[in-house]
Write a protein that binds this ligand. Structure first.
Ligand SMILES: C[S@@+](CC[C@H](N)C(=O)[O-])C[C@H]1O[C@@H](n2cnc3c(N)ncnc32)[C@H](O)[C@@H]1O
Length: 233
């Protein structure tokens, strides 16, 4: 796949556990790919700024937080939900880093670790935190709540872009083992989309999108991952 919206930069400042918090059970997502999927969704969206971004399987909020840092001035609001309350606590902490106060708190925490353990990794983390703080230009509102994405989702605002990396493999449990779980998810998402909402759905090769309520705008395979960009038909 040719990357059109994400440079081949060094994204180590975003490494999970460095400045962004890593909770147990959290999966990793490549930063460049996240930015590329968001960029493609934005290209299909008639709305170009003050975007309300939603992830219905947000886990520890890694994907959302990274996108918040990289799309300052484009994203106005971030909403995340997940079935796991424990991961949502990490998501709240990660999304708080998008504010200068939250990042200052994290820098103080890292300084405390430097003081206690005198480790190079903590010194590097402080440098990354200062770099990430330098990216903050706007105040992105955020909200997280617990919700099963296969049941109705009580979302107050209709999102402009949904980017989500659904559970797959042995790492995470897609708690119900329904025949066509992606189809069920899309039925639920249909209820919370407006007519121009663009969805970037990331899954593995085995998971198939077959839902007549949506049209496919793009489809790409990147290593083990596959993503599709969809909108309401
Ligand atoms: C591949 S991970 C996504 C990780 C996330 N993008 C991040 O940045 O941390 C899939 C997530 O789906 C969640 N999940 C599993 N079943 C779910 C369900 N029925 N409804 C909502 N979330 C679910 C898991 O708890 C897990 O956090």
């Amino acid at each position: 796949m040719e990357y059109k919206y994400a440079n081949n930069d060094n994204y180590e400042d975003f490494s999970s556990g460095r400045v962004l918090y890593h909770g147990s059970g959290m999966t990793n997502f490549p930063v460049r790919l996240a930015q590329e999927i968001f960029g493609r969704c934005l290209q299909h969206s008639p709305k170009k700024n003050d975007i309300c971004l939603y992830d219905c399987c947000c886990g520890g909020g890694y994907l959302l937080t990274v996108l918040g840092f990289l799309n300052q001035g484009t994203i106005g609001k971030i909403i995340g939900s997940d079935i796991s309350m424990e991961l949502l606590n990490t998501a709240k902490k990660n999304l708080a880093l998008l504010g200068k106060q939250g990042m200052d708190k994290r820098i103080a925490e890292i300084e405390q670790m430097i003081e206690s353990y005198k480790k190079q990794s903590h010194i590097d983390a402080k440098k990354s935190a200062i770099t990430l703080k330098g990216l903050i230009r706007t105040n992105i509102e955020f909200e997280v709540f617990q919700s099963d994405a296969l049941k109705d989702i009580a979302l107050k605002a209709k999102p402009d872009i949904i980017v989500t990396d659904v559970p797959y493999g042995n790492l995470v449990d897609w708690t119900r083992n329904e025949e066509n779980v992606i189809n069920r998810l899309l039925d639920v998402l249909h209820g919370i989309c407006h007519c121009d909402t663009v969805i970037g759905l990331c899954m593995n090769k085995k998971q198939k999108v077959k839902n007549e309520r949506f049209i496919r705008l793009e489809k790409q395979q990147v290593g083990k991952r596959r993503f599709e960009i969809l909108k309401i038909s």
